[in-house]
Design a protein around this ligand. Structure first.
Ligand SMILES: [Zn+2]
Ligand SMILES: [Zn+2]
Length: 247
């Protein structure tokens, strides 16, 4: 009873505080920057355009090549070729979400990580309990790129997801050992060649015999995810779930 009353007064104080702050610090939509009158960080238009429609897919072959969508291949079914691997994304990799991701990565708008992390799916909604995964880590950047950018966008997303997903987040679990050409500039086969063997697991004992949740911003061809999965599997990961904003 006392706790409930305390909780109610805390909530009231919080909303009063927010209203008070809004008088002095107007808030703007994270995407289009129009002024916001309600809570949250997206205006109604942007929230509509970025409405999550979470789906699962195979992060290696994307299912497309295997005929997903056909009657004998219901959505959400495991890829028979790549068992133990699953990809979950909130949105299809197209505009406007790609522009938001681009701004986070290349314009240094680090605060957009919160907007994007909030869209990302909860693995529990797809029947993946936190207990099946021992650790969560980001797709790493090569150290010079991380220095240039000042942060790793996947790590920003992972940190924000940790309390919601309920799996410990270890930012430096995977390392990128080589500087590679920007994936976006390469074709499919060149992408895979570009990344083969360039990721390593810094602490294999953390991965061995456990499930790993790999966090990234966007999966396109799946070549980055595949190269990371290869490294995690060689370190003994029993299953890998690739969690992204878009795919
Ligand atoms: Zn907006
Ligand atoms: Zn597959």
């Amino acid at each position: 009873m006392v706790t409930e009353a305390l909780e109610a007064s805390r909530r009231a104080a919080k909303s009063l505080g927010t209203a008070f702050l809004d008088c002095f610090l107007p808030r703007f939509c994270a995407v289009c920057r129009t002024r916001l009158s309600s809570s949250g960080h997206l205006c109604a238009d942007c929230a509509g355009l970025l409405k999550p429609e979470p789906f699962s897919y195979c992060p290696v072959c994307r299912f497309e090549e295997e005929g997903v969508g056909s009657a004998e291949w219901p959505p959400g079914a495991d890829c028979p070729v790549h068992g133990g691997l699953v990809g979950l994304a909130a949105l299809r990799a197209e505009e406007p979400v790609l522009e938001v991701v681009h701004r986070l990565k290349y314009s240094g708008e680090r605060w957009l990580a919160r907007t994007l992390a909030d869209l990302m799916p909860d693995p529990r909604a797809f029947g993946h309990s936190p207990g099946s995964y021992g650790v969560m880590c980001p797709v790493p950047l090569f150290r010079t790129r991380q220095r240039e950018r000042g942060f790793n966008q996947s790590s920003e997303l992972g940190k924000l997801l940790e309390p919601r997903v309920g799996v410990p987040f270890v930012p430096d679990l995977l390392v990128k050992n080589e500087h590679t050409a920007e994936q976006a500039r390469l074709g499919g086969r060149a992408r895979r060649r570009n990344l083969r063997g360039c990721f390593g697991v810094a602490r294999p004992s953390v991965v061995s015999g456990r499930g790993v949740i790999l966090v990234d911003d966007v999966v396109t061809t799946g070549s980055t995810a595949s190269a990371c999965i290869e490294a995690l599997r060689s370190a003994g990961a029993v299953r890998v779930l690739v969690l992204t904003v878009a795919a």
